[in-house]
Ligand binder design. Structure first.
Ligand code: HEC
Length: 113
């Protein structure tokens, strides 16, 4: 009986931790989506597929680290007037934006690639 209740307690703790990990990532991606919408979507589109001069960012997290993405976006903020507000984003903001970008998968093969 005692053993069983310890088992249940352990299972409950594991479940709780798993739940926390999942919602943690979800919350980060949700926050990242809002930041992306406000700061990046005007050039890269909300679905991150890109347009005009701004390339698609789908799968970019597999090629670039969060640090590199942040450095790149900050460089763009220096170069383009309309992207100035990117300067206000913190490293945590970029981690959230990367979490959002990780949730995006190409829906169909791009005929141009
Ligand atoms: C004013 C338009 C504009 C905004 C706003 C903008 N970008 Fe870009 N971005 C570009 C252009 C243009 C390029 C391609 C030229 C270059 O790489 O310098 C680019 C390239 C990139 C690249 C490099 C992709 C690659 O495959 O090499 C990353 C990463 C990136 N942007 C991330 C972001 C993020 C994250 C944000 C928001 C915080 C953002 N950008 C906001 C215009 C923009």
């Amino acid at each position: 009986m005692k053993k069983a209740s310890i088992g249940i307690a352990v299972a409950a703790a594991v479940l709780l931790l798993a739940q926390f990990a999942i919602t943690g990532t979800d919350a980060s991606a949700r926050r990242g989506k809002e930041l992306f919408r406000d700061q990046c979507a005007m050039c890269h589109r909300l679905d991150a597929k890109g347009m005009c001069m701004a390339p698609s960012l789908i799968g970019v997290t597999e090629r670039m680290s969060v640090k590199e993405i942040a450095a790149h976006a900050r460089k763009i903020a220096d170069e383009m007037m309309c992207a100035r507000s990117i300067k206000t984003l913190t490293d945590k903001d970029f981690a959230d934006i990367a979490a959002y970008l990780r949730t995006l998968k190409p829906s169909s093969p791009d005929p141009m690639e």
